[in-house]
Ligand binder design. Structure first.
Ligand SMILES: Nc1ncnc2c1ncn2[C@@H]1O[C@H](COP(=O)(O)OP(=O)(O)OP(=O)(O)O)[C@@H](O)[C@H]1O
Length: 358
């Protein structure tokens, strides 16, 4: 029976419920089994799903006829012990240190409106589509748009003790300041507060084991970029720009600030590149060359050119990332970029190599 129940996964914490001390007692009498199920918090949104899965798992065991589930909430001591275990042995600090196995990719741009958030959301979904465990932090605290782009504009994270469970969308675990403030509230915090937000997202959000953590950075070179640089000096950075030559200056600057904090700029993505017309010509609404120019100045490769695309924009507005529907030139370019990033693997930046002198 325990083995069967171990296959029931808490959808938010994403571990077997038996590992989470959620099943303190199981009694079998004849063909009847009584299961005590203890949820982490009162009003747990996943309660009915977990209870259903427990019933299904127990009913599947040979010889079981009747299943009775007593649903309650775990006591404070058990919950505190669980939270301590989930946090691991790090009372302070975040788990995404240089020698963690998670690859961190911060997506930045010199100015707003270049499609950085749209690209980040689609990239996250495309990476998750390749089977990677992906987390996404919307660090664009003033202009958060990730929840809407992923179709979870109204999602509110569950909090267990001081631990925040990130809502999931299209296979990606997502956290955004937009989940904690009213959508119409303007965020006007000063530096130290912003620093704490990024730090809290890194420390108190239970992402579990991740292959990739993406950060959608605010445009420009402000406090959040500097905080993120201090907290994640080993992060890799993608710089997004448009084809406009004038955009190259500010894009270059955002890459340089990242570099000053020790982060590694891995490449440039040019978004809003030429739009193919029905007659075969290409409409270069924003000119051309900005991506190549930025890449040359930062001495990194131009990793992708994402064309203007109505479907990409519509997918963002609808919360259905375009990468889920192959066939659009922009979506396909982002999917290719995800493939390339996954294939390149993580650089060795900041990582202990584990080599010892003989
Ligand atoms: N390749 C594209 N083709 C057409 N529209 C696009 C493309 N990329 C982004 N957009 C649209 O441009 C607008 C700005 O995009 P987005 O919000 O992603 O930019 P951003 O750089 O993250 O801006 P900010 O940092 O100011 O939030 C959105 O309406 C988005 O749908």
């Amino acid at each position: 029976m325990r083995q069967a129940l171990a296959r029931v996964i808490d959808p938010e914490i994403r571990r077997p419920i038996t590992e989470l001390d959620m099943v303190p007692r199981v009694r079998a009498q004849g063909d009847r089994v009584d299961i005590d199920l203890r949820l982490t918090i009162v009003g747990c949104p996943a309660a009915s799903a977990i209870e259903r899965d427990v019933r299904a798992a127990a009913s599947g065991v040979d010889g079981v006829g009747e299943v009775a589930v007593d649903v309650g909430v775990m006591d404070a001591a058990t919950r505190d012990a669980l939270i301590a275990r989930l946090r691991g042995d790090r009372p302070t600090g975040h788990p995404f240190t240089a020698d963690s196995l998670t690859r961190i990719i911060a997506v930045t741009s010199g100015k707003g409106g270049v499609g950085k958030s749209t690209l980040t959301a689609n990239l996250a979904v495309a990476l998750a589509g390749r089977g990677l465990r992906v987390g996404l932090i919307d660090a664009d605290v003033f202009g958060f748009s990730i929840p809407g782009l992923l179709g979870i504009a109204d999602a509110k994270p569950t909090q267990v003790g001081g631990l925040i469970m990130p809502p999931r969308a299209h296979g990606v675990a997502v956290i955004s300041i937009g989940m904690f403030v009213d959508a119409r509230t303007a965020v006007s915090w000063r530096g130290p507060m912003l620093h704490r937000t990024v730090q809290q997202f890194l420390t108190d959000v239970h992402f579990g084991d991740l292959d990739v953590l993406l950060l959608d950075m605010p445009p420009g070179t402000g406090d959040v970029a500097i905080s993120a640089g201090q907290l994640l000096p080993h992060a890799e950075v993608l710089v997004v720009t448009t084809p406009q030559q004038a955009a190259a200056d500010v894009a270059e600057r955002s890459g340089l600030v990242a570099r000053q904090t020790g982060q590694t700029v891995i490449g440039v993505v040019e978004n809003m590149a030429g739009l193919a017309q029905p007659d075969g010509s290409v409409l270069e609404l924003f000119g051309s060359g900005g991506g190549a120019e930025t890449a040359a100045r930062l001495e990194v490769p131009l990793l992708a050119q994402i064309p203007l695309s109505i479907a990409l924009r519509e997918g963002g507005d609808a919360g259905e990332p375009i990468v889920l529907r192959p066939g659009d030139a922009a979506g396909d370019a982002i999917t290719r970029l995800a493939g390339e990033l996954a294939a390149r693997g993580r650089g060795l930046a900041g990582r202990k190599l584990g080599l010892s002198p003989r």
